[in-house]
Design a protein. Structure first.
Length: 558
C-alpha cells in the first residue's frame, strides 16, 4: 500500500508549490526560491522509522551530488540543510521534463534518441567513476529531463565510494523470504532495483565495481528501445525471483524492433554480459560503442563529456622530440569525439598526387566512414603527350585535313614511286598502331580496374581515382575453412579465414540459440563446448577491423 506523503517543511526563502513524488525514505517537493528566483526540487528525508544509517546515507548523497553537480547530465544540488522540524533536506535543480520511465509509458523512443541518451548518460557515469563513486541504481526512473531536454542522472542515495567496502545489498536468499520488485531489508540493506541489476549484486557478499554500473546502464538503454526491462518475457511470469534467475543465466529477451541494427544489439548484450570480464571495462568504452553505431547509421556522433583524468588513452601522446606527456590542463571537462575531423581538402590538388586515406591516420579514435575524392578538370592541349596527360586520359592528336598540307600530293606520289619508302611507311604505321593499342589498353585497364587498397570499394562517376567517386571501406567477411565436431559430439571447432588479413583483426562470434553476448577473439578459430550429443551447433562470426564490423558468416558443424 502506498504511503501518504509527508507535510512540506517551512524553509526560509522558499515557497512551497506542490508534491513531485515520494520514495522509500524521502519525499520530493516543488518550491520556488526567492533569490535568485527559480523553481527548485527539495528532497526531504522522512524522520519516522529512519535510523542513523539512513540519515548518514542522506548526508552522503548530498556530498556525492555536490562533487558531481558541474556535469551537464547530472542533477545539480544547490543547498543542503536541516529544516525547523529536524528533517534533513536537499535543494536541487528542478528538472521539468518527465523521467525516462514516464516517457516509456507515453511514447516509443527512437533509435537515434536512445543512442544519444545512452552516450550522455555514459558521460555522467564515467564522471562519477572518475570521482571514485559508483551509482549502483541506474534505471529509467532515475534519469530525469531538464529544461533543455537533456537527460539528468539523479538519486545517488545508495552510491558508494570505489575504495570503500560495499554496503550490504538485499540478496536472493532474503528475497525468497520477502520478494519485492525494489527490495529493501530494514536498516541492514539498501534498495535493489532488480530488473536493471547485474548478477553479482545477488550474492551474499556483493562486490560491485564500475562494470556493475555499465550493466545497469546497458539495461537502461535496452529498456528505452524495448519498452520493457531486458529480462522481462511478455506473457510469462516476471516476478522478482523470475527476473533474478534470468539475469544470472544471461537470458536477455530479444528485441522485436526491425529498426535496431545488429551492432547496437551486440553492444547492449556485451554491456549486460553475465561475467564482468566480458563487459565493457569502462563507461567511456560503452559510449564509444554507441558512437560507432551512430556513425554506422549516418548520424552525427554524440560527444562524450568526461573529466580529463578519465580519458585514459585519449590523452595527448608524448612529444616527438622525446619529451614527457603534456601537463594536465585546468579545464575540468573534455569532449571525446568518435573520429577526428577530416582535413580540409586543398582547392586544386595535383592530378597525379595520391589522395591520403583517412583510415590510415593513427591518431583518429575511429576511422572516417567515407572518403570523398576531389574532381580535377583536365583541359586537352595540343602539346600534351601520353606521359604528360593525367591518369585515365589519353589524348590523340587529330590528323590535319589533307588540304592543310602544302605538299601532300607530291609526297604521296614520291611514296608510290619508291617501294622501299612505302614498305617503311607500312612498318612505321604498324609499330605506331601497336604502341597506340598498348597505351589504350593500359589506360582502359586503369579506368576499369583502378588500384584499390584491400577492403575498399569504389563508387561514383566511374569508380576511378580523381574522378569524384567515393571510397567506402568494407571489411571482408570471414570464410569458413572447417567445422569439425569432436568424436563424443560435445564440442566443435570452427576455423575461418579473412581476405587480406591484418594483424589487428578481431573476430566476434555468437553461438546461435544461446542468450550470452557475443565473444571477441583475435584468432580465426574457436571451440564451442557443452554441446548435447546429436544437437546441431551453429555460430555467427564477423570480422572487426578499425572499428568496423563485416557481414556475419553463419557456420554449422554436423
Amino acid at each position: 500500500m502506498r504511503r501518504m506523503a509527508s507535510q512540506p517543511p517551512e524553509l526560509g526563502g522558499f515557497h512551497f508549490i506542490r508534491l513531485l513524488g515520494s520514495g522509500g525514505f524521502s519525499d520530493v517537493f516543488l518550491y520556488e526560491q526567492d533569490l535568485p528566483r527559480r523553481s527548485v526540487a527539495v528532497k526531504v528525508l522522512l524522520t519516522d522509522g529512519v535510523d542513523e544509517t539512513a540519515r548518514a546515507r542522506f548526508v552522503a548523497e548530498a556530498n556525492v551530488m555536490a562533487r558531481l553537480s558541474a556535469h551537464p547530465y547530472i542533477v545539480t544540488i544547490f543547498h543542503a540543510g536541516v529544516a525547523g522540524d529536524d528533517r534533513p533536506y536537499l535543494v536541487m535543480e528542478y528538472c521539468s521534463g518527465p523521467s525516462l520511465a514516464d516517457r516509456l509509458k507515453r511514447e516509443r523512443i527512437g533509435v537515434e534518441d536512445a543512442l544519444r541518451t545512452g552516450v550522455r548518460l555514459s558521460s555522467a557515469v564515467a564522471t562519477a567513476h572518475a570521482a571514485g563513486i559508483l551509482h549502483r541504481d541506474i534505471k529509467p526512473a532515475n534519469v530525469l529531463t531538464n529544461a533543455l531536454g537533456w537527460p539528468a542522472l539523479t538519486d545517488f542515495g545508495i552510491a558508494s565510494a570505489l575504495e570503500e567496502l560495499p554496503v550490504h545489498t538485499t540478496t536472493l536468499s532474503e528475497l525468497r523470504r520477502e520478494p519485492s520488485d525494489t527490495a529493501t531489508s530494514g536498516s541492514r540493506s539498501v534498495g535493489l532495483s532488480v530488473p536493471w541489476s547485474p548478477p553479482e549484486m545477488f550474492s551474499d557478499d556483493p562486490d560491485p565495481d564500475v562494470r556493475s554500473d555499465i550493466f545497469s546502464l546497458s539495461a537502461t538503454v535496452y529498456t528505452l528501445l524495448a519498452g520493457r526491462t531486458p529480462f522481462e518475457v511478455p506473457g510469462r511470469s516476471n516476478g522478482t525471483l523470475d527476473l533474478m534467475g534470468r539475469i544470472e543465466r544471461g537470458m536477455i529477451t530479444p528485441l522485436d524492433r526491425t529498426d535496431v541494427p545488429a551492432s547496437l544489439t551486440g553492444a547492449l548484450r556485451r554491456g549486460m554480459a553475465t561475467r564482468r570480464e566480458d563487459r565493457y571495462q569502462s563507461a567511456v568504452d560503452f559510449a564509444r560503442a554507441l558512437q560507432r553505431v551512430e556513425l554506422e547509421l549516418g548520424l552525427a556522433p554524440t560527444s562524450i563529456d568526461v573529466p580529463n583524468l578519465s580519458l585514459g588513452d585519449a590523452r595527448p601522446a608524448p612529444a616527438a622530440d622525446g619529451g614527457g606527456e603534456q601537463e594536465t590542463r585546468a579545464r575540468s571537462v573534455a569532449t571525446i569525439r568518435a573520429q577526428a575531423p577530416a582535413p580540409e581538402a586543398p582547392p586544386s590538388p595535383a592530378p597525379s598526387a595520391p589522395v591520403p586515406d583517412a583510415t590510415d591516420a593513427p591518431s583518429a579514435p575511429a576511422p572516417e566512414p567515407t572518403r570523398v575524392r576531389g574532381v580535377v578538370p583536365v583541359t586537352p592541349r595540343a602539346s600534351d603527350t601520353a606521359a604528360d596527360v593525367p591518369e585515365h586520359t589519353l589524348l590523340r592528336q587529330r590528323p590535319a585535313p589533307a588540304e592543310e598540307h602544302d605538299e601532300g600530293t607530291e609526297t604521296d606520289a614520291e611514296t608510290a614511286r619508291d617501294p622501299r619508302r612505302r614498305l617503311l611507311g607500312w612498318i612505321g604505321a604498324g609499330a605506331a598502331a601497336v604502341i597506340v593499342l598498348g597505351v589504350g589498353a593500359a589506360v582502359l585497364a586503369g579506368v576499369l580496374a583502378p588500384a584499390q587498397t584491400p577492403g575498399t570499394q569504389q563508387a561514383g562517376n566511374g569508380g576511378g581515382d580523381g574522378d569524384g567517386g567515393i571510397a567506402v571501406t568494407v571489411v571482408p567477411p570471414p570464410v569458413l575453412v572447417s567445422a569439425v565436431r569432436a568424436p563424443d559430439g560435445t564440442s566443435a571447432t570452427f576455423t575461418w579465414k579473412t581476405k587480406d588479413p591484418r594483424k589487428d583483426d578481431r573476430f566476434t562470434w555468437l553461438q546461435e540459440g544461446t542468450t550470452n553476448g557475443p565473444a571477441v577473439t583475435d584468432q580465426p578459430t574457436v571451440t564451442v563446448t557443452g554441446i548435447a550429443p546429436g544437437a546441431p551447433v551453429c555460430i555467427d562470426v564477423a570480422t572487426v577491423r578499425a572499428g568496423r564490423t563485416s557481414e556475419q558468416l553463419k557456420a554449422c558443424a554436423p
